[in-house]
Design a protein around this ligand. Structure first.
Ligand SMILES: C[S@@+](CC[C@H](N)C(=O)[O-])C[C@H]1O[C@@H](n2cnc3c(N)ncnc32)[C@H](O)[C@@H]1O
Length: 210
């Protein structure tokens, strides 16, 4: 069940961060760009849902001919995404929506993408269930995210630091997103380790059949 208080806190946090988000991300973004390209190169040119578009960092990599619907919880982030789409001359359907409760009928999309979003969604299992519902059977779900490093000392340090990173940046640094996908109705196709100590994962999964 959606936790309204945590969800509202998440929205408020990203509204606060929105004006400085691109600045905050300037250094890590250099490393992220090749991973974004690697992900989007695999996305089919059909009806694609981008969850948590943020300020629109993925817009330059959307596949030619894809019909993209982008959603985000934060209207502050979305306002920036709209400006980015306009400056790139892209026509996108951008809507304010909660990934934990998507306002789309079953089997709407050919694929779905979320980059650095499942670290911040209040209840990631609800959102994974929603992706399984709105992506057509056999359609692909692509997730790029940082996860908990499951090593003795560093993992514990991440757990200790997590309340601070959530408060400061909205991001949980100790999510086990690949394991969460395995626990969801999605079928994991591949998990690619990226970054130092494999802290980032590119997860490709299939929506369930029926
Ligand atoms: C770290 S930012 C990532 C933005 C973008 N995807 C990127 O790669 O730069 C996380 C984004 O997820 C959004 N978000 C968090 N929880 C969400 C939810 N429940 N539904 C939709 N968007 C959500 C936040 O508002 C924020 O824009």
């Amino acid at each position: 069940m959606i936790n309204p208080k945590y969800t509202e806190q998440t929205r408020a946090r990203y509204n606060r961060i929105a004006p400085i988000y691109d600045l905050m991300e300037i250094l890590p973004e250099r490393r992220f760009v090749p991973w974004r390209r690697q992900l989007w190169a695999q996305v089919p040119a059909g009806k694609v849902l981008e969850v948590g578009v943020g300020t629109g960092k993925n817009f330059p990599y959307h596949p030619e001919g894809a019909e993209i619907t982008g959603i985000d919880l934060s209207d502050g982030m979305l306002a920036r995404a709209r400006n980015k789409a306009q400056s790139l001359g892209k026509t996108l359907d951008l809507r304010q929506m909660d990934a934990q409760s998507l306002d789309f009928p079953d089997d709407t999309f050919d694929a779905a993408v979320a980059t650095f979003v499942f670290c911040s969604i209040p209840d990631p299992m609800l959102a994974l269930n929603e992706l399984a519902r709105v992506v057509k059977p056999g359609g692909k779900i692509f997730l790029l995210d940082h996860v908990r490093i499951d090593r003795p000392i560093i993992g514990t340090l991440m757990d200790i630091m997590n309340p601070f990173t959530v408060r400061l940046t909205g991001a949980n640094i100790n999510r086990r997103t690949a394991e969460n996908v395995r626990r969801s109705p999605l079928a994991v196709e591949s998990v690619t380790d990226l970054g130092p100590l494999d802290v980032v994962k590119l997860i490709v999964a299939d929506a369930p059949n029926g």
